[in-house]
Ligand binder design. Structure first.
Ligand code: ZN
Length: 180
């Protein structure tokens, strides 16, 4: 947080560049970073590249994230979000680019994402619940936004230690989350 690349809109990726060695290398670096950090999503601006590209991977054993269905590592290029239902629900979010903090953010819980996949083919996916939150968090990075911008009650922003001690939801369906 504080690096200018995190605060400006990223550039769409030219279709001709998809599949280039440079982009393959970027994606490989992002996968390494995601695995090192132990998150479930990462956007290119978070590794210093102002490109509209993000990756998401939900482990099959998603117990840490509630009963989420697994999602094998997927690449989303030039994604756009359509909100299918504006009703919101809040989750505690964390971010590789805002280390040591957790914040409560309310977002729509039913969205559609149109994007290009790693081969440059157009595809779309519909997402519900926490997954909808994850994708909105990731794609916010492509617009220069951080989750902290979306916290409506800043009393619900905490250091991880205090979050775990005082604020972490206890219900099974509200496990602490760390988005990326
Ligand atoms: Zn993030």
């Amino acid at each position: 947080m504080g690096h200018p690349v995190l605060r400006r809109p990223a550039e769409p990726l030219n279709a001709a560049a998809i599949g280039s060695d440079e982009i393959k290398r970027l994606i490989a670096d992002m996968i390494d970073t995601l695995h090192d950090y132990g998150g479930i999503g990462l956007a290119a601006p978070q590794v210093g590249e102002p490109i509209r590209l993000a990756i998401v991977e939900i482990p099959e054993d998603g117990s840490r994230y509630g009963n989420l269905p697994g999602m094998s590592l997927s690449v989303f290029i030039n994604p756009t979000i359509t909100v299918l239902n504006g009703e919101t629900h809040g989750f505690w979010e964390g971010c590789l680019s805002v280390p040591g903090l957790r914040g409560f953010v309310e977002r729509p819980q039913h969205i559609k994402v149109d994007y290009l996949d790693i081969n440059g083919s157009a595809d779309s996916i519909e997402l519900n619940g926490f997954l909808a939150t994850v994708f909105q968090h990731e794609f916010d990075h492509l617009d220069g936004k951080l989750y902290i911008d979306r916290i409506s009650d800043t009393r619900l922003l905490a250091f991880e230690e205090e979050y775990m001690r005082y604020l972490a939801p206890r219900e099974d369906d509200e496990v602490p989350v760390e988005v990326d």
